[in-house]
Design a protein around this ligand. Sequence first.
Ligand SMILES: Cc1cc2nc3c(=O)[nH]c(=O)nc-3n(C[C@H](O)[C@H](O)[C@H](O)COP(=O)(O)O)c2cc1C
Length: 374
Amino acid sequence: MYKLFFNLVFKRMDPERAHHTAFRWIRLAARTPVLRTFTAAALAPRYKELRTEALGLRMHGPFGLAAGFDKNAVAIDGMSMLGFDHVEIGTVTAEPQPGNPKKRLFRLVPDRALINRMGFNNEGSAAVAARLAAREAALGHRRGRTVVGVNIGKTKVVPEEEAVADYVTSTERLARHADYLVVNVSSPNTPGLRNLQATESLRPLLTAVREAADRTVTDRRVPLLVKIAPDLADEDVDAVADLALELGLDGIIATNTTIARDGLGLKSSPSLVKETGGLSGAPVKERSLQVLRRLYARVGDRLVLVGVGGIENAEDAWQRILAGATLIQGYSAFIYEGPFYARALHKGLAARLAASPYATLADAVGAETRKAAQ
Ligand SMILES: Cc1cc2nc3c(=O)[nH]c(=O)nc-3n(C[C@H](O)[C@H](O)[C@H](O)COP(=O)(O)O)c2cc1C
């Protein structure tokens, strides 16, 4: 049914407008108690066997919404209603910024892919922190039922040499509202950002963010992760993994969008394929999985690995778990699969786990990568 609706309505709309329209509906439904209860019952059934503990947090399951969809933390409860077990908000930058000029989001429907060059359009760390604080006040406690990750990035106008201070400002404002914090150094749409993945830049950055988080949040330790690009060379993936261990990071998110165009069939219009920006969805699946395998082979259970990139269905999610992901995320497939995406994924994951030799989801994490290493 969603496919029909997508073809009749969303496909004819500008992609960014379609996003905002869908977003409005989700927020409206989440604010209407009857609708919220009904929708959550239909779309977010919980499976006991999928309960997940990671980063010191208890979650209904391993599957979350990847960063970029809810940049300003306006729809956390709506996305939870649709079955996402955690929601990563952002990327938030220290200062508000409009992002790149429109058009900046493109659908490559035959390839089940998107290209975006949004450029971190967001309301900035102060406004987002205030919104998260208001949500907590309304809930009456800091944690709701949904785990909230906060993904931070560099303000565009801030030069690379001042990047650390910019991330520290965001950390000081946002860490106290984050169940986990992500340093994003892998979006292709902020000039120079991805240079921060080089260990000589990444070490001082992650050290400063860790210190800022510890300074501002004293009643608990906020888990810290770094999100990397699929375009890193294998040796650079290893270098980030080693650095993450050295600095006592909690995890790595693999991966962001790619600037490569290899994964595309010849189906999408060439004029779309040559749009600049990050490519996501089905074409990034293979490389994201490779990066994840490589990370798990290197770090094993010492870090929480989050698998993201081209996860379209339960089989993709299961493969990521067997490769080494404790948590998994999706974005592009949500656009194509619609509101039943998370439900189908949970159902299929539970079935795969039941048919597998593993007693728990945690036992399955990394099982294939471990086997391949023997
Ligand atoms: C329109 C769009 C905007 C995105 N914005 C962000 C962002 O702000 N921060 C970030 O870390 N990742 C961002 N991403 C990347 C996703 O979080 C994810 O890593 C990537 O799309 C691969 O997953 P997917 O194939 O399931 O979409 C964005 C992706 C898309 C499609």
